[in-house]
Design a protein. Structure first.
Length: 100
C-alpha cells in the first residue's frame, strides 16, 4: 500500500509504484564515511534497512559498499529502521530526486 500520496495540487506528477523495480544510483558523495549510492529493491527477505553511520569503522567486515570507501557502515543496532511513514524497506522507492 502506498502511504505516501501526493497532495491534490501535485497529483499530476505522481507515478505508479512498481514493487518489482530495482535501481542503484550511479554516484554518491566521496567524503570519508560517505554513504553508498541510494538503491531500491523489492522486499523479498523482509530484513529491512538500517541507518548509515559515517563514523563507524568498516575494516572488520571490509569496506565494500563502494570503491574508495574508508569509513562508514550501516549501524547494526538500527536494522530494521523505519522511515517517517513507518516503512522498513525501500520497495517502490525508486523515484528519488525528481525535480532536483
Amino acid at each position: 500500500e502506498d502511504t505516501n500520496q501526493c497532495e491534490e495540487d501535485e497529483a499530476s506528477m505522481a507515478c505508479s509504484v512498481d514493487p518489482d523495480m530495482t535501481a542503484i544510483a550511479l554516484t554518491n558523495p566521496q567524503w570519508a564515511g560517505a554513504p553508498p549510492p541510494l538503491e531500491c529493491y523489492p522486499n523479498y527477505n523482509g530484513e529491512g534497512t538500517g541507518a548509515w553511520d559515517s563514523l563507524l569503522s568498516c575494516t572488520k567486515d571490509g569496506c565494500n559498499f563502494y570503491d574508495g570507501q574508508v569509513r562508514g557502515s550501516i549501524d547494526p543496532s538500527t536494522v530494521p529502521s523505519s522511515n517517517s511513514f513507518g516503512r522498513k524497506d525501500v520497495e517502490g522507492c525508486c523515484w528519488w530526486g525528481r525535480g532536483a
